[in-house]
Write a protein that binds this ligand. Structure first.
Ligand code: ADP
Ligand code: MG
Length: 702
């Protein structure tokens, strides 16, 4: 149960003074965390931080005011110049003066009564806005603020600005946040005292007050204590949740797998190639982990085409040494089938029995497969989520391998391992995630990096070509096909929609068919799995030579003799995604190329991305560049790499805090694994505040 002291923060925004049904709807849309179902809370309003401030502190005379800069003038109102009836669209000018000059305060479509009340004749007022000059005459269009000179001390000279939404004004939002701040309870400090002091953090409540009531623009800076405090809170909550999940997973004793090595040797001998140095190295790490009587929780990072599948095979062979089964989980049906097809050859030679289980199996086939899994006949079970449905019982599941993990959530991943007796877990990802992101996404997981690529790979030549040269590309494609090449043609959307200029895959396939007839296949996300497989099988066999695809081919598809990939609207893809797509080629012994078709004009970031793609084939470097280029705000890019997005923290700026949070979470759990101490109790509040209810549930499950 959530502690009652948090209730004020979890009350609906509609309970805030001045927030009626209409406003509360607007706030639901604006401030709720992604995926929230039950409407915005007071907490969400408070976590909706200002994006900047209006600073009206600069006092100037009319003559001294620099053009275009926000200043506050002290003016005496002299006269009104209303437009004539015939010239309704002309503005009203209110002429005012100070000791240095005269200025026209200009209002369009203002009601005379309203103006006379706002700017009474003869009054001395403080007026803020930007001064402009025409022919030496000063004017200010729609002053942004007007107040009485006597009230100078209490005027909002520094005023915060919030991200808004249609129908919601800054003034209304400021007032709502202000009322919400009144609700802030005093909560016990959850930050470790040493960190708190060293960082000069304010309390949680003070940090929120400082950010929502800034007295200086710098108060909002992300490197100032108030902002850092909240960023740290968020990072600590997420690291605590990850550490808890990990601790629970480790609590069940693991088992030692892989004695002997006979099966492994047979499997390795079945491969038509020698392992790369990189593969040997990560396998040594994995096998050492598996041999220990604790559970393995290991992340294998390796660039596309680095050869992770073979690593998985040999890890699964090690499980078999001890008589245990392995499950290999793929994110899509295509990939599951591909893994199954690829591994079957080697498994036969190694004396391993392999079964494919997907959502498509039913009836007698499914029953037979389930039986083989339950009685231990199947050594390796490849499949999709179907592997973990309730009616799938394993004889003795010892190892779970998750491929291309970035499509699975953290908690989903942990639930997978419930099937066996605390099976080892190996997560493989093709996105070479920078260290910071690994930490944010997985917490303190062991990481193996697979460096290098199988020998004999030719580098991929990458070119960026403007869309206007589509004809050239098509004639080059013709030439390539005549020489026996295969190519991928990637388009971002399935169907043409009026709203979007994106080239539809269907339309592109039509166009290409005019040139290449039935040698063109089309695969997209809305097709059913059988049709997708058929298209890919035709491509693999050579029945088709071009496959037009939406990004469904992004992950893992392996057609080694495809040597060209054309990516339309390359400017719309993120760097990691482009690199993933490019990784579909360059898998065989042919020289390959990647054509990035873009629509001019390119923005700065898009330009930089395409340049990085042309210069580098190194996934780790590309991942670092990606993080750098993305900057804050591009949550999509972050999501792509499997990292949940943060509401407040910015990974590029708060990486140091992330490390501290990781260490602190680990330390606390080492001494207080049930979060029962006073600080542990305070941390529970933190977990609730940042929506880590799952983690609390883990605590209760014991
Ligand atoms: P990824 O890391 O992207 O999953 P794969 O496991 O699909 O890469 O391997 C890519 C290709 O490289 C496959 O065709 C695979 O058979 C081949 N391969 C893997 N290891 C080696 C090796 N040591 N030598 C030569 N080819 C290899
Ligand atoms: Mg793979």
């Amino acid at each position: 149960m959530r502690p009652a002291e948090l209730d004020p923060l979890f009350a609906s925004v509609s309970t805030v003074q001045g927030v009626g049904p209409k406003l509360s709807k607007l706030l639901d849309g604006l401030v709720s965390p992604p995926g929230a179902q039950d409407g915005a809370k007071v907490r969400d309003l408070l976590f909706h931080l200002p994006s900047g401030v209006i600073d009206r502190r600069r006092r100037e005379t009319i003559r001294g005011a620099p053009d275009g800069m926000l200043v506050t003038l002290e003016l005496r109102i002299d006269r009104y110049q209303f437009p004539s009836r015939e010239a309704r669209n002309q503005p009203t000018r209110v002429i005012a003066f100070d000791a240095t000059d005269e200025i026209a305060l200009t209002y369009f479509r203002a009601q005379p009564q309203w103006l006379e009340k706002l700017l009474p004749l003869g009054e001395t007022l403080l007026v803020s806005g930007k001064v402009e000059r025409f022919n030496g005459r000063a004017s200010m269009v729609h002053p942004d603020f007007v107040g009485r000179a006597e009230d100078a001390a209490s005027l909002p000279l520094v005023e915060q600005v919030y991200p808004l939404t249609a129908g919601l004004s800054g003034k209304v939002l400021r007032r709502s946040v202000d009322s919400a701040l009144e609700r802030l309870p005093t909560l016990a400090e959850w930050i470790e005292p040493g960190v708190f002091k060293r960082e000069g953090f304010p309390t949680f409540a003070d940090a929120l007050v400082q950010l929502h009531r800034p007295t200086d623009p710098a108060d909002l800076a992300s490197d100032r204590p108030a902002f850092r405090r909240l960023a740290y809170d968020e990072l600590l909550a997420s690291q605590m949740a990850l550490a808890l999940a990990r601790e629970r997973a480790r609590r069940k004793p693991g088992r030692s797998l892989g004695d002997g090595g006979a099966v492994r040797a047979r499997a390795e001998a079945a491969l038509p190639f020698a392992l790369t140095e990189g593969q040997r190295q990560v396998l040594a790490e994995i096998h050492a982990d598996m041999a220990k009587p604790v559970r393995m929780l290991r992340l294998l990072q390796g660039d596309v085409g680095a050869g992770k599948t073979v690593v998985a095979l040999l890890a699964m062979a090690a499980a078999k040494e001890s008589g245990a089964q392995s499950a290999l989980l793929a994110p899509t049906e295509i990939l599951a089938r591909q893994h199954f097809a690829g591994l079957t050859r080697y498994c036969e030679a190694a004396g391993l029995s392999i079964v494919l289980l997907t959502g498509r199996d039913n009836g007698r086939v499914r029953t037979a497969k389930l039986e083989a899994i339950a009685n231990g006949e199947a050594d390796i079970i490849v499949g999709t989520h179907a592997l973990f449905q309730d009616d799938v019982a394993y004889h003795d599941l010892g190892l779970v391998v998750v491929d291309e993990q970035h499509r699975f959530g953290v908690h989903q991943r942990l639930s997978l391992t419930r099937k066996g007796r605390a099976p080892d877990l190996l997560v493989m990802t093709a996105t070479p995630i920078p260290r910071t992101l690994v930490l944010a996404a997985f917490g303190d997981m062991d990481v193996s990096r697979l460096h290098g690529k199988p020998a004999g790979r030719k580098p991929i030549t990458t070119v960026a070509v403007p869309f206007e040269r589509l004809d050239d590309i098509i004639s080059r494609a013709r030439q390539a096909i005549e020489e026996g090449d295969k190519l991928y043609w990637v388009c971002p959307l399935v169907e043409e929609s009026d709203k979007s200029e994106l080239t539809a895959a269907e339309e592109r396939a039509e166009v290409l068919r005019q040139f290449f007839g039935d040698r063109v296949g089309l695969v997209h996300g809305r097709m059913n799995a059988e049709d997708k497989d058929r298209v890919m099988a035709d491509f693999k066999s050579g029945a088709t030579r071009i496959v037009v695809a939406t990004t469904v081919i992004e992950v893992g598809v392996d057609v080694p003799d495809a040597s060209i990939i054309v990516i339309e609207h390359a400017e719309r893809f993120g760097l990691s995604q482009l690199h993933q797509l490019r990784g579909r080629v360059g898998r065989g012994d042919k020289a390959s190329s990647c054509v990035l078709l873009y629509k001019a004009p390119l923005g700065e970031t898009a330009k930089a991305r395409l340049a990085v793609m042309r210069e580098s084939n190194d996934g780790f470097r590309i991942a670092e560049e990606d993080l750098r280029l993305r900057g804050e705000g591009d949550l999509l890019g972050t999501r792509q790499s499997g990292v949940q997005s943060f509401r407040i923290a910015r990974l590029e700026e708060h990486a140091d805090l992330l490390e501290i949070a990781r260490d602190d979470a680990r330390l606390l759990l080492a001494t207080d694994k049930d979060l029962a101490s006073p600080r542990g109790q305070a941390i529970r509040n933190l977990l609730y505040l940042f929506g880590k209810d799952d983690a609390i549930r883990l605590l209760r499950a014991g």
